[in-house]
Design a protein around this ligand. Structure first.
Ligand code: SF4
Length: 290
């Protein structure tokens, strides 16, 4: 079932949180998850349906079939996904878990890949939809591995969700951390600083239920994370489990059109490309010796 049914879609849309603008009011990501679920999920005759924009395969992870779904509970300024994140009522079509599975398997067969994921949004919205999709993946002859990319908000508040995920042998979770301090979390995602703790709580739940997972962060990009914030992130991770920093996947931000537009709307200025701010060692040596 969706997280909450008390508001209708029209009243949800009136107040719905879109992309960040200067002087935005920090919001509760769990409330935004509920609002988004009212728009992107609905009960159908074959289970909880969720909106998807497309099914295809891409080269990341060495080739992966992807269901491009709609709707997220954060508003990251560096987010690359389509405008469906901000205007979910305008994009996508509702798919039952079976239809989403079919779309993913067809893409996997067409492009001869054996991995799958749900991307383009936060896959954990619509709990019963995702769990039903994973049941189908689990017994599929076409898919060996499902990579569950998440911002960790809903896994942080709902241990039962993580417990149910732990039953699946083909799922590997990738938790994406957006910041190393509560203040930076608010600045980059729009959410209240108290919510900073939720992805770390998600990691604790994943450890407790022995789910296969690793952690990723936008921490290799000094334009988005200072040295001090990066260390703070590493310390927080080590407090949860000393092994975690050793397996941290560090990323940089790429200048997709949607990323640039969201940053402009939020007055979040950085220089592109990254090499102008953070030259490679080869470039530094060339300058020193030329
Ligand atoms: S980057 Fe990920 S978590 Fe952040 S708003 Fe985009 S889809 Fe959501």
């Amino acid at each position: 079932m969706p997280l909450c049914e008390s508001k209708n879609e029209a009243s949800t849309l009136k107040e719905y949180q879109r992309f960040l603008t200067p002087n935005f009011k920090p919001f509760d990501p769990v409330e935004l998850a509920k609002d988004t679920e009212r728009i992107v999920t609905r009960l159908g005759s074959n289970g909880l349906e969720r909106k998807y924009e497309d099914f295809y395969a891409t080269g990341v992870y060495g080739g992966i079939a992807t269901g491009y779904s709609v709707g997220c509970c954060l508003r990251c300024v560096f987010c690359w996904v389509s405008w469906s994140r901000d205007f979910p009522e305008r994009f996508g079509r509702f798919c039952s878990p079976g239809e989403a599975f079919q779309g993913i398997v067809e893409a996997a067969r067409k492009y001869r890949v054996r991995k799958a994921r749900v991307s383009g949004a936060e896959p954990t919205l619509g709990k019963e939809h995702l769990l039903a999709l994973l049941e189908l993946i689990e017994t599929s002859k076409d898919i060996d591995l499902f990579i569950l990319e998440t911002n960790g908000i809903l896994f942080g508040i709902d241990e039962d969700y993580v417990r149910r995920i732990s039953r699946f042998g083909k799922v590997h979770v990738r938790v994406s951390l957006k910041a190393g301090t509560p203040e930076a979390f608010t600045r980059k995602t729009g959410v209240r600083p108290e919510a900073f703790e939720l992805p770390f709580q998600a990691i604790r739940h994943l450890l407790d239920h022995q789910v296969s997972f690793h952690v990723a962060a936008m921490s290799a990009d000094p334009r988005f994370m200072t040295k001090e914030e990066r260390w703070s992130l590493i310390e927080r991770l080590a407090e949860v489990d000393r092994r975690l920093p050793f397996n941290l996947e560090e990323e940089v931000v790429d200048p997709y059109d949607t990323t640039l537009a969201r940053m402009k709307a939020a007055n979040f200025e950085v220089k592109w490309p990254l090499k102008y701010v953070y030259p490679s060692v080869r470039e530094l040596l060339r300058r020193d010796f030329s």
